[in-house]
Ligand binder design. Sequence first.
Ligand SMILES: [Zn+2]
Ligand SMILES: [Zn+2]
Length: 137
Amino acid sequence: MDKPKGFKMTAQRRVILEELRREKSHPSADELYLRVRRRLPDISIATVYRNLELLSENGMIRRLWEGSGARRYDGTTEDHYHVSCEGCGRLDDVPLAAVDGFLERARALSAYDLRGYRLEFYGLCPACRADFENDRI
Ligand SMILES: [Zn+2]
Ligand SMILES: [Zn+2]
């Protein structure tokens, strides 16, 4: 995605963005901080937080809905769906094409001024499923 007007891409922001896009697990700021620190040993957690917020305000990354637990970030800005693990909280992408006209159909049925929607699948990830099956033997 292009850089929005008036947004300054500093060296720190570039590293944070690169590390987030490389990471498919939708990390929290704390998790991302540990990765970024390997490349920028002097960076503080507060700087990582602040830059993640700035990047998401500028539409270069996505801030994921905070249910329970820490706020997570997504380097993929195109519409896509997520699946969360009820066992360990892991969050992955589901490569399912967005449903055409879904939002428009909901708008026709709701008095709200709908701006978007979130759809999240849930279940057990492969690791948790294996644990679960081993426990039953
Ligand atoms: Zn799991
Ligand atoms: Zn995602």
